[in-house]
Write a protein that binds this ligand. Structure first.
Ligand code: DCP
Ligand code: MG
Ligand code: MG
Length: 553
């Protein structure tokens, strides 16, 4: 085969990272005394994963609790039904990996693909190719083939494995987690090779060993990308092993699959996977659900939803965006037919409920309002005056606004006027600072809590907005700082703008004229009763307006 052809095929360097016994490691970080005992993570009656000590007793993922306890009577169990800490840690891992490449694809909670092709190219330019294999000791090279392709993939993958080693060290140093890595020229092979040496190891595959690796898999179901449904169809054609799939006639496969899918499946069996690493964005929805024993009373539903909501708000806080739509999921159990049915209902929600940034600072009234909205939806799904049986409740948030950034919105106003503002408001700012309320809600106290998304509660402290911007921008180069005289001239010579009834007039009058005008026009346009937004969703035109930062509580 011609070298150029190989070059195209092997041009990429992909690293797959998988955290070792992920849930168990997260629990051990919370309770280090669990480190040296056999530990199982329980969800309902199943042990979803366990640490490696427990695995020595034969505990496997998703084993029934009873079976696990028989194998290892000393197994220590921790409940792993609340995924919050796992999810938070999962995003921390992804964030660390994004330091190496902007192309990072998340898979489940504990895996990431990283396309490091660019970084490898950069390093190649600076590397002395005769320098040998500095990473031979830390990387398992999978496959017995020792004749290497001449396209340059060998050195690229070796550099890739150096990067993988660095990534794993970083994850360990920063987050305390051990992990495995697979290094190959495509996602499929990187993922498979990653799992060949565990835990806390990394493995690399040169392209010439791809077939050998694929043939080492037990059956087609072991190929990532082939699930139970596809493998059942393949079985009906007599295709069970990877070799069966390699040898199958494409026309035969095409009888049961679209031609593209048939080719894709056969390619997989040869270790060919041209799919790109897709940059993962933030999740499309944030949700939690809990199955439960029969719930038959409204107050129980409310209590359960309240608990779920509190947990969900922590996810919203970590995510940083402002949700626009809330969805309720229930599972109804029908005692007559002994069957269950899931139903959902969704409605718009005011993103301003979530602007405080920190759950601890969220207005309790807003939490109550969200709960009321959920209960209204519940009553639309269930006839509460008749007997009902609920076995699952879930809340999810879909559709988001980005958190308004001061730099992109009203900040330019403030930057222009900051010098003036700092003078005319200095007294208020100082007096604000000493009040207990402002201490609790001040931006600096948020920053101390190390939440980068944390912002002051705009509705609560009108002047703190200025304080915050004053603090943020007082060192900025201001392109057009106004002098005090300019302001006085302006304020004397212009007509008074009307003050919206929802804003404290003394605060309003201190604002720059342009902002006063903007607030007045937004006030005129909006006139929204946010508390009842559930019933009037269409009226909400623009929820992220500066007006929202000034309305009275
Ligand atoms: N998980 C789950 N249900 C499964 C498999 C896994 O809830 N059927 C959870 C528990 C795991 C986490 O997802 O900790 C990551 O899955 P992995 O398959 O990567 O398993 P582990 O990370 O636990 O172990 P390993 O060291 O084998 O990667
Ligand atoms: Mg894992
Ligand atoms: Mg995994």
């Amino acid at each position: 085969m011609n070298v150029d052809e190989y070059k195209d095929e092997h041009a990429r360097t992909i690293i797959h990272i998988d955290i070792d016994c992920f849930y168990a490691q997260v629990e051990i970080l919370k309770r280090p005394e669990l480190k040296n005992v056999p530990l199982g993570i329980q969800q309902k009656n199943i042990v979803v994963t366990s640490n490696y000590i427990a695995r020595e007793f034969g505990i496997r993922k998703c084993m029934l609790l009873t079976e696990a306890m028989q194998l290892c009577p000393n197994l220590v169990l921790v409940n792993g039904e609340d995924l919050n800490d796992y999810r938070t840690m999962s995003y921390k891992v992804t964030t660390l990996l994004q330091k190496y490449s902007e192309i990072v694809e998340r898979l489940g909670l504990d895996e990431n693909f990283v396309d490091v092709t660019k970084l490898v190219e950069q390093k190649l330019k600076n590397t002395d190719r005769s320098a040998g294999d500095p990473n031979q000791d830390v990387t398992n090279i999978v496959g017995s083939n020792d004749s290497y392709c001449q396209c340059g993939c060998e050195i690229r993958l070796k550099i890739g494995s150096l990067i993988a080693d660095e990534m794993r060290r970083l994850i360990h140093n920063q987050l305390g987690l051990t992990s495995c890595a697979g290094i190959a020229h495509n996602k499929l092979l990187a993922k498979i090779v990653c799992s060949t040496h565990k835990p806390n190891q990394q493995s690399m595959l040169f392209p010439d060993s791809a077939l050998e690796l694929m043939l080492s898999l037990n059956n087609v179901e072991s190929i990532p990308g082939i699930g139970r449904a596809t493998s059942d169809i393949l079985k009906s054609l007599g295709v069970r092993t990877v070799q069966d799939l390699q040898n199958a006639e494409l026309s035969e496969l095409h009888r049961l699959f679209e031609i593209d899918k048939a080719k894709f499946l056969q390619n997989l069996s040869f270790g060919i996977d041209n799919s790109p690493v897709k940059k993962s964005g933030k999740p499309l929805s944030l949700g939690l659900e809990d199955s439960c024993k029969l719930i038959c009373a409204e107050n129980e539903v409310k209590e359960k939803l309240g608990d779920l909501l509190k947990r969900l708000l922590l996810l919203v806080e970590a995510d940083g965006r402002l949700p626009k739509t809330i969805k309720l999921t229930i599972r109804k159990f029908d005692k007559l037919t002994n069957t269950s049915r899931r139903e959902t209902k969704q409605t718009n929600i005011n993103p301003q409920f979530f602007t405080s940034g920190c759950v601890s600072q969220m207005n309790p009234n807003n939490i109550q309002k969200i709960l009321m909205i959920l209960m209204n939806m519940f009553r639309k799904l269930v006839r509460v005056h008749k007997p009902f049986h609920i076995t699952l409740l879930g809340i999810s948030l879909v559709k988001f606004n980005e958190r308004p950034s001061f730099r992109n919105s009203i900040a330019p106003f403030l930057r222009k006027d900051i010098e003036v503002q700092s003078i005319i408001s200095i007294e208020n700012l100082n007096s604000n600072e000493s009040s207990p309320e402002s201490r609790t809600h001040s931006p600096s106290s948020c920053r101390e809590s190390s939440d980068p998304e944390c912002e002051p509660t705009p509705k609560r402290t009108k002047l703190s907005i200025f304080k915050r911007n004053f603090l943020e921008y007082d060192t900025c180069e201001s392109p057009s700082k106004l002098r005090v005289q300019d302001l006085q001239l302006t304020s004397d010579s212009v007509q008074k703008v009307r003050c919206p009834s929802s804003i404290d007039e003394s605060v309003f009058r201190e604002l720059p004229l342009e902002m006063q005008q903007e607030l007045w026009s937004e006030y005129k346009n909006s006139q929204i009763d946010y508390a009842s937004c559930e019933n009037k969703p269409k009226k909400i035109k623009s929820t992220n307006t500066i007006l929202n930062y000034f309305v009275k509580q």
